[in-house]
Design a protein around this ligand. Structure first.
Ligand SMILES: C[S@@+](CC[C@H](N)C(=O)[O-])C[C@H]1O[C@@H](n2cnc3c(N)ncnc32)[C@H](O)[C@@H]1O
Length: 173
């Protein structure tokens, strides 16, 4: 039987959920310090939105490929191309404990084709997190010990959030 929602409906649901979730996250981390991380650059849509929401913050960006128009190419020293399993551990050596918000947009059309990413990417993200950091994702990437938080406005399209550790409002040393 044909699904009730068209492909266009589902795309609108997804993009709407992402915009609402990212806007909500920006409010959650307002007044704190720390970098932002985009795990899954893809076509650069949510990266561009993060740039708009966080004009003053550094954004670390990860993907296997660079497939964005020139205007959306991140700065060279903030872009990490290659498999997350190689690039995340390497970047964490330099940027550990300095990220306030992670957006892990790592899914594809079929979860079965994702190499089990929801089971391993959280462990690679955790070393980046400043105390009280927020992680948002299109997949259940949370680890035990991460406090799951409800992401508003995502009823039509699932999106997941976690607060990791106590919130620190202290300025960086
Ligand atoms: C849903 S798309 C990201 C969409 C993007 N946020 C946007 O708004 O256009 C997921 C991305 O994760 C990347 N990806 C998935 N598994 C990966 C892996 N193991 N290593 C590196 N990149 C990966 C894919 O190349 C893809 O670009």
């Amino acid at each position: 039987m044909r699904p009730l929602k068209s492909t266009l409906d589902r795309m609108i649901d997804r993009l709407t959920a992402q915009r609402v979730a990212l806007g909500w996250a920006a409010g959650c981390v307002a007044g704190t310090h720390g970098m932002v991380m985009e795990v899954g650059l893809g076509k650069g849509r949510t990266y561009d939105h993060l740039r708009t929401l966080f004009p003053a913050r550094d954004i670390l960006v990860f993907d296997m490929w660079l497939r964005v128009p020139t205007a959306l190419v991140p700065d060279e020293d903030r872009l990490f191309l290659g498999d997350f399993r190689d690039t995340l551990p390497k970047a964490a050596e330099r940027f550990g404990r300095s990220v306030r918000l992670v957006h892990a947009d790592v899914g594809s059309a079929r979860e079965e084709d994702e190499d089990g990413i929801s089971g391993w990417v959280g462990g690679l993200i955790e070393p980046f997190l400043a105390p009280g950091a927020l992680v948002l994702s299109d997949r259940r990437v949370g680890l035990s010990g991460w406090e799951e938080v409800e992401v508003p406005g995502t009823e039509a399209w699932p999106y997941f959030g976690w607060r990791v550790g106590p919130l620190s409002l202290l300025p960086p040393p």
